[in-house]
Every structure is written in structure tokens, then in C-alpha cells.
Design a protein around this ligand. Sequence first.
Ligand code: DX5
Ligand code: ZN
Length: 221
Amino acid sequence: MRTIISPSILASDFSMLASEVQSLEAAGADWVHIDVMDGHFVPNITLGAPIVKALRRRTALPFDVHLMITDPEAYIPAFIDAGANLICFHIESLSDPAKCVALCREKGVKAAIALKPGTPAQAVFPYLDDLDMVLVMTVEPGFGGQSFMDMSEKLRLLRAEINRRGLSADLEVDGGVTDLTAPVCAKAGANVFVAGSYIFKAPDRKDAIDRLRIAARGAAQ
Ligand code: DX5
Ligand code: ZN
């Protein structure tokens, strides 16, 4: 299974986003994780489609857009037009998941569903066949820099179901991911690793990304 490192720019210096994203490209990141928060679904506000569009001109890295918003259905088209490559929305939001997936599919953009720590794996089973990825949150969404919550059981259930159906969906973890916690997730079936603080607080971003990748690969199923 491929191992993907998707650094979260939530932990970057927002006053210089273009060079922050370019530094990730130089450091060997596979994707860029972009956290969109609306102050309703989560108690924090970050950025919207105009910023994604501006960044699109500055890097060739795929944009992994994590929508922590109440009504993703209404905004997915704007994020697709802005240049998202993968859109991840929460099953706990008020929108119709099948409709959200269809909006992505129509435009050839990858679709993913995210689960908060308290939401069971089974919530996503009805949509699994149509998804490119499932995101298992390992913190409560809303803020970077929180402590990792072990979601191994949920990851195992999801990976087993993905395998049982013969699917090739990726399994992403997000929140408190480090070289110590990534192996725990990889062992349980995760193959996409979002990390904000771990990468942006490191003295050397390339070194941090390499260490994360090696740690995850070493523990992969
Ligand atoms: C939290 C966001 C995460 C966050 C991760 O709601 O979805 O992507 O940036 O940050 P760290 O890696 O610092 O926990
Ligand atoms: Zn995120």
C-alpha cells in the first residue's frame, strides 16, 4: 500500500502561505492538507475557496481539502473550481453524503468522508463503494496541536471492510500525528498521514517528512 504524507498548512505561517506551501513541495510532501473551518461545524474559522485558488497558482502538489463546515454541499463546487484535487467532508454535517460525492465525481475530483472520533466506522459503510478515501480524525476537529487519540479499532474495521469489498480506498488519519503515533495508525491500516505541528515545528521539514514516512512504512500492514 502506498504511504502518503499530507502536511496541514493550519500550522504554517498564514502571512506567507505561498512560500510555506512551496517549502513543503521542496521537502518531499505528497499532498497539501487544507483545513477549512466555518465557525459553525467547529468553533474556529480558517480560510475559504479564494485562498485555495490563490495557492493553486503556486504549487503543483495535490490539494487535500478537509471541509469542517456545516453545509459542504453548498460549497463543494467553489472548492472544486478553486483547484481542490480531493474533497473531504464530514458525515456529521447536515448535507446528503451521496450528493456531495456526486458533486465531486461530476468534476473528476476525488471524494472522501471524514469521521469525528465519536462516530463509528459503520456510518460510512453505505457510501464506501463510491469513496476514494475515508478520513479518521484522531483529535476532535477544530484546532491543530492537540493530543492524539488512538483510533486503531475504527481503522481496523474500515480497512477490513475496504479489503472485504475489494476496494482500493485510502485511509487517512488527521490530528496529533507524529513519528510515534503514525506507526500505531499504519499498523491498523492507515496509509495517508496528515501532520501539522509535527512538520511545521520541526527544524527541518524534509527530515520531519522523511521520518514520518519511514515510521509509517515500517509499521504498515
Ligand atoms: C484539526 C485539523 C488538522 C490539524 C492537525 O481539526 O483537521 O488537520 O491541522 O494538526 P496537528 O497535526 O497539529 O494535530
Ligand atoms: Zn484536517
